[in-house]
Design a protein around this ligand. Sequence first.
Ligand code: B12
Ligand code: SF4
Ligand code: SF4
Length: 385
Amino acid sequence: MRSLEELLKAEARRLGFDLVGIAPAVPPPGFPRFDQWLSRGQAGDMAYMEKHRDARADPKSVLADVQSVIVVGLNYYVADAHGVPIHPANETPARPSVTGRVSRYARMRDYHDLLRQRLKRLLDWLQERVPDCHGRVVVDTAPLLERDYARLAGLGWFGKNTMLLNKYWGSWFFLGELLVNVPLHPDPPHEASHCGTCTACLEACPTGAFPEPRVLDARRCISYLTIELRKPIPRELREQIGDWVFGCDICQDVCPWNRKVPVTTDPELQPWPMLATPDLIAWLELSPSRFREVFRGTPLTRPRRAGLLRNVAIVLGNRRDPAALPVLLRALNDEEPLVRGAVAWALGRYLHENIQPDSIRQALHARLVVEEDGPVREEIVQALS
Ligand code: B12
Ligand code: SF4
Ligand code: SF4
């Protein structure tokens, strides 16, 4: 007869999860590492990490009588379609387009709800079999060091890029947890590391965000800068952003364990054409209400319109495609200072290449006359110099 644990794992797979394991509800062994990361300021402005510091020391702060942590992984790997239509419905735009890159995890519907729904069904299944069972579903927002429990549950090891890596699934999977008051037999933790002497991710990171293997300084990470940071992106990192408008995949793209990962066939994780080949000219023109309509249900709402359009402007400044110039000139009058500042920087980059200098100078001077925001004025002055 199959054990409860075996049946539970079979049910998790039936619900569409690719990985599943069980960890004991012990304090996370990586907590001292997390604490060090916070005290070095490597979390940047992510105040929510600092705020719930103590809660992360014990899973009981998420569920008081927790006995087991069921950890699941969901593969989201989609082929790279940078600049190439990847969906039959993807039509060729009639006017010039300039594209950028959205990280893979964000080219589809937001994963939080999807994982939560499936984990809730797993909890329902367990409750039908175990009297008095109760639990709590966790995806990202609760104070839980998810990668720590994933390693404890045997799902994989911490790569030098800090991703949780699995020999078969690489690192292209989301994590989610179900904390329950049922004492389940735990899986053995993943003790080995299979990075060996490889340092591909550390070398490939364009912003030098890894001060040492397995430590990420979020303040330099493009993912943090384009998704979490609410302020202007530091000048010295703007060029390295390259064409990433949302998130970054470089330290995963170069990982040898990611070479043979199968493309997801999950119907709920199929990429949206508009996110796979973003039309940056159109994005920079989105009004607040259109922004909400277009990105509803996707992860791209997180940096809000101001943050996303700031990123678009930075990428356009890096591309310096003359086709984007008219929209940049219009966006110099955007209602958000965060956007206007980034647009001024982008226009400065065009000037540097001597692309239509007269009209750019004229527009920057005209804006300077009416601009009241100090940091934006500073960006315009720098662009003109
Ligand atoms: C904050 C956060 C970020 C921040 C900081 C990332 C980071 N490395 O910490 C930013 C915004 C930069 C970010 C970026 C990304 N994120 Co993020 N993020 C989180 C979040 C909410 C918390 C992570 C955290 O606790 N960081 C604290 C630091 C200290 O943790 P850490 O670097 O992972 O180190 C831990 C271990 O490695 C361990 N450790 C390290 N060395 C050693 C050595 C020993 C001996 C021991 C015992 C332990 C140990 O200690 C730490 C404590 O657990 C989690 C969800 C969650 N609640 O856990 C998602 C999560 C980690 N992110 C995820 C994803 C997908 C991404 C991106 C790929 C998105 C993208 N494409 O842009 C990038 C990847 C960047 C990268 N290389 O990590 C996934 C990762 C899935 C996986 N397979 O690993 C998670 C789990 C979300 C999810 N539910 O699926 N993220
Ligand atoms: S996600 Fe990009 S910027 Fe961040 S650590 Fe990886 S390669 Fe560097
Ligand atoms: S690129 Fe190399 S060092 Fe980095 S996580 Fe992958 S195997 Fe480990």
